[in-house]
Design a protein around this ligand. Structure first.
Ligand SMILES: Nc1nc(=O)c2c([nH]1)NC[C@@H]1CN(c3ccc(C(=O)N[C@@H](CCC(=O)O)C(=O)O)cc3)C=[N+]21
Length: 287
């Protein structure tokens, strides 16, 4: 038996279609949402992601504000663009593409963003809101994972979920999201320092592999019928290599492949965050 594919590409396309009505309503009220991006440097992977985000925006009617700085930009250069985007009324939500060059502090840049325009949900205020259970924009990859599982009826309530990876964009906030009462999963957050990773993953109903270690999760580490989501992004010989080995599809019940799984969902959730932020900003106008 081979696993059901969690098709992130098709699901993200459906979400974009659903968003177009909300974008039209905002545009009719003179409040068209606008996504800003700041790309620092010329990493081809980062450029691809940013370009893909803007072509997604064009599809649903969200305006694009594309800012770029050279790889040798200073922290002051980056903070100046952040201040611009904070002040620009056409920009209702924005992201600073990560990673930033070494000379620029990511923490300082995230902190300088207007939390009400934080389309990535990575501002300390918004991460704090996630911990507190207060509404606010949520990180896109964790949201995309939860939404993909929901649309394929993979149950989370009471489920054992093992997340591999403790990074700030995926693993750490995903643990917080999944343990909310609304999701009600039990989460074990594993990482590269976990003594016996396989012992954890073998008990899991859902495994999310987000460690950035190619082929880390193999078939013998997966309980038959479990859902396995591949979120690792590494490049091996110029091609994307995920954290999940090819033989896992023979054991798992569901697999989110990489590419074609969580990546497109991340972009769809970014659009959803931008639309929600624009709706919130327009509330007095929209009634
Ligand atoms: N501020 C910030 N926010 C992010 O959300 C952010 C970031 N920085 N830095 C880098 C990571 C990575 N990331 C991905 C987004 C989409 C795909 C994606 O759409 N991938 C496609 C195609 C991949 C390909 O073929 O190259 C897929 O999985 O099918 C992947 C990875 C967002 N990130």
């Amino acid at each position: 038996m081979t696993a059901t594919r969690l098709d992130g590409k098709a699901t993200a396309a459906a979400i974009r279609t659903e968003l177009t009505d909300r974008v039209s309503a905002l545009a009719d009220a003179g409040r068209r949402p606008g996504l800003g991006t700041l790309l620092v440097g010329d990493d081809p992977g980062s450029r691809w992601y940013v370009d893909a985000k803007h072509s997604d925006c064009a599809q649903v009617g969200i305006a694009s504000i594309q800012r770029e700085l050279p790889a040798d930009a200073t922290q002051a250069d980056v903070l100046a663009v952040v201040a611009d985007l904070n002040a620009d009324p056409a920009c209702t939500g924005y992201i600073v593409q990560l990673p930033l060059p070494r000379q620029v502090s990511e923490a300082a840049v995230l902190e300088a963003m207007d939390p009400d325009k934080d389309a990535d949900g990575l501002h300390p205020t918004n991460l704090g809101r996630l911990v507190l259970g207060v509404p606010g924009p949520l990180p896109c990859t964790p949201l995309g994972i939860v939404e993909l599982l929901r649309r394929y009826d993979v149950p989370l309530a009471g489920a054992e979920v093992v997340v591999v990876g403790r990074g700030v964009t995926v693993g750490r906030p995903l643990g917080l999201l999944l343990t909310r009462r609304s999701e009600n999963a039990t989460v074990t957050l594993c990482h590269t320092g976990t003594r016996d990773l396989a012992a954890h993953t073998r008990t899991a109903d859902v495994v999310v592999a987000a460690a950035g270690v190619p082929g880390l999760v193999t078939a013998e580490m997966v309980k038959p019928g479990a859902a396995v989501l591949d979120v690792g992004v590494s490049r091996v010989d110029g091609k994307i290599a995920g954290d999940v080995a090819g033989d896992v599809v023979e054991v798992a019940g569901h697999v989110a492949p990489n590419p074609g799984g969580v990546g497109p969902m991340t972009r769809a959730m970014l659009l959803s965050n931008v639309v929600t932020l624009a709706e919130r900003a327009a509330r007095p106008v929209l009634a």
